[in-house]
Design a protein around this ligand. Sequence first.
Ligand code: GLP
Length: 269
Amino acid sequence: MEILIFPDAQSLARKSADLLESQIKTYPDSVIGLATGSSPLGLYEELIRRHNEYDLSFAGVKTFNLDEYVGIPAKHPQSYRTFMDENLFNKIDIDASNTHVPDGMAENPLKVGPAYEKMIEEAGGIDLQVLGIGTDGHIGFNEPTSSLGSITRVKTLTRQTIVDNSRFFKSDEFQPKLAITMGIKTILDARRILLLACGENKAEAIRDMVEGPLSAFCPASALQFHQRTTVFIDESAASKLSLKGYYKFVDEMQVDLLRQHRPSDWISR
Ligand code: GLP
């Protein structure tokens, strides 16, 4: 895992947008895996700004979102489809038919997963997967004890995730307890992964993911198996890492080397 620690959320957002921009410019037909939540918001704002400023184009890009709640319609203000439409898709030149979010209102939610996996496969697999992380170490909605070999399926949310996400729902509103999420294997199959996290409330999960034992108890620790995972975090999210100084040293040592000799390493495929 490559760990990069940023002084603030703005520089983190800019650098993650740089990574996506080089991916999309090199491969305009890239397949990008996307996440919801507050973590990728700065990245999405930066991509929209670049689209408006110098026409960064998403016309050939296909996207697959990680997850969706079961039981609320796509048009619901808290659906992940609405989140993506409002915070990214409606503001760039992506073809709506190239954007995919699992269908949380499918008559049989159990059938959604295998069909979603097939669509990803038919698109040629995910080139770059953007991830956030839950305070309990979940990625997508792969809650603790999720099988490390899981594929897209229905998951029951933990109490902690329900409480964490209750801030988005009105107190008298139905809050889903089930979600359809890409599995851990689906995520690990992406050619490149970029995980974003800011804030002290993520520090423990980040520590467990990077330095903890590989364990289904911290689903994000499965990323230790992935060959090209880059983790962008701010100082607060990095605060519990015991080898924090080492990660900064590695960064200093590697940046120039990669820039000079293997700039293509910043791009997947
Ligand atoms: C949700 C999403 C995850 C996301 C997590 C963290 O549970 N399913 O994909 O990473 O929240 O969200 P935030 O970035 O808002 O902290």
